[in-house]
Design a protein around this ligand. Structure first.
Ligand SMILES: Nc1nc2c(ncn2[C@@H]2O[C@H](COP(=O)(O)OP(=O)(O)OP(=O)(O)O)[C@@H](O)[C@H]2O)c(=O)[nH]1
Ligand SMILES: [Mg+2]
Length: 446
């Protein structure tokens, strides 16, 4: 992908298909000649909606009557000239307009290319870019609200704040390094330590929510496990509300795990039906069981099913997941007594206990993924988490150096590294492959 080209780019900014309107976005240096040529209008006022006809001059035909908005650079999303053509919806019109534009040496935009240009022209920084991407990709009200909270600049302003604190300390240290002890009053290690501890606690607050953010971004993995025929697929179908996986009284019906995305109590969830766990010499079974155990390892929650004794059955597998909900399956008779071993009696056939299972799931999710929208700071991407983890380690090292009274020159060099890390987080220093991996996750037209 060559994001660094200078071409005029265009793409559909809305989803293709039947709709009232479609929006085509164009960006590039000086779009006035193109705009005049496709509309036969001379003057467009920046950021005003103009009703006009779009022509295909080469074919000498009218393509559509549209609302066109021209954003003169630099006051546009990308910082370049931008045109947004609001044409009629449907499958044909937008495609015809785009094909006409592509015949005018306009290039189809790559995924995320508009946002990449916005970044290059300092319209957005990397954190904003990642926030926009997460917002577009959010799959539940919960993650949407969490990300929206983040749009109000909280990470960026906190990073700027941290970097200011570090730069202030660095200025003092480096000034002191230029003078001898009797020439000036030295800043005490303790006062620098206080600032470092303050930054450490901010960074730590961010990191303490990383599992929550990962879960919100990629979904909470809920894995249904149990021996063959325990009723896993039946429960899976019950939870998703339709027959997605095959159910039969033959053991080993499910071979490949099946994964479905859904929302439970506002939380984005990946519900996974697995192959039953049992000892087998058959290679296909061995592979299926290996897959099941792989899912068990990445599980955030396991629903463990067994007709007789789910608790002891699961205990044989050395499961590392902290949240296991044990269920006795096929308990169709609602008069059955409550279990003494913390397992729920459920029946996918009669629905008995299914609501209790939902309640239990909701409780587990809301306890594990509790988030205080107003106060809890979050990092939006794996990239940010990695940088904050590195920063945390560096801060710990600086703290030890100060406590052990090591030379200020080495402290200063570590603090420079720290500011570089936070600059990297904002995208002030970045390399092309990092940028490409961020922007290529955007959709075309964004
Ligand atoms: N009576 C009763 N039968 C059930 C219930 N749930 C599942 N079954 C039956 O148990 C058999 C196995 O069900 P599945 O859902 O395919 O079980 P599984 O655990 O997915 O089985 P494998 O994929 O082979 O590991 C089928 O005949 C189901 O109809 C239930 O709640 N009550
Ligand atoms: Mg099955």
């Amino acid at each position: 992908m060559d994001y660094n080209r200078k071409d005029i780019i265009a793409a559909l900014a809305t989803t293709p298909g039947i709709s009232a309107i479609s929006i085509i976005r164009i960006s590039g240096e000086n779009l006035t000649p193109l705009l005049q040529s496709i509309t036969k209008k001379k003057i467009f006022k920046s950021r005003y909606a103009t009703y006009c006809t779009i022509f295909d001059k080469k074919k000498k035909i009218i393509l559509d009557q549209c609302i066109v908005i021209y954003f003169a650079q630099p006051n546009s999303y990308t910082g370049e000239d931008v045109i947004e053509i609001n044409c009629h919806g449907g499958k044909i019109i937008a495609r015809k307009i785009l094909n006409m534009l592509y015949s005018h040496e306009v290039q189809p935009a790559l995924a995320g290319e508009f946002s990449y240009r916005a970044f290059l022209n300092n319209k957005i920084d990397l954190i904003e870019a990642e926030t926009i991407s997460s917002l577009i990709n959010s799959e539940s009200d919960y993650s949407h609200e969490m990300i929206i909270e983040n749009l109000n600049d909280s990470i960026r302003s906190n990073i700027l704040d941290i970097n200011n604190k570090i730069t202030n300390v660095l200025t003092i240290i480096e000034h002191e390094l230029d003078f001898s002890e009797n020439e000036i009053d030295y800043t005490t290690n303790e006062s620098i330590l206080l600032i470092i501890e303050d930054i450490l606690s901010t960074v730590n607050n961010y990191l303490s929510n990383q599992n929550l953010v990962k879960a919100m971004n990629s979904g909470i993995n809920i894995v249904i496990m149990g021996i063959p025929n325990a009723g896993k697929s039946s429960l899976f179908n019950k939870i998703i509300g339709y027959d997605r996986t095959v159910v039969s009284n033959q053991e080993g019906t499910t071979r490949d795990s099946v994964e479905i995305k859904l929302v439970i109590n506002q939380y984005p969830v990946n519900l996974i039906d697995t192959a039953g766990y049992f000892e087998s010499a058959n290679q296909i079974n061995i592979d299926s069981i290996k897959q099941t155990m792989g899912y068990a390892q990445s599980a955030d929650v396991i629903i463990y099913l067994d007709e007789d004794d789910p608790v002891s059955c699961a205990s044989k597998l050395n499961l590392t997941c902290d949240n296991i909900i044990f269920c006795k399956s096929k308990q169709d008779n609602i008069k059955k007594l409550v279990n003494t071993d913390d397992s729920l009696n459920i029946s996918s056939k009669s629905n008995h206990g299914i609501n209790s299972l939902y309640d239990k799931l909701s409780t587990v999710l809301s306890t594990q993924y509790q988030y205080n929208f107003k106060n809890d700071p979050i990092l939006i991407s794996d990239r940010q988490i990695l940088i904050f983890k590195e920063a945390y380690l560096l801060l710990e090292q600086i703290k030890t150096m100060l406590e052990e009274d090591m030379g200020m020159d080495i402290v200063a060099s570590h603090m420079h590294e720290l500011t570089n890390l936070f600059d990297e987080c904002l995208g002030k220093v970045s390399n092309d492959s990092v940028l490409e991996s961020i922007f290529s996750t955007f959709c075309v037209g964004k």
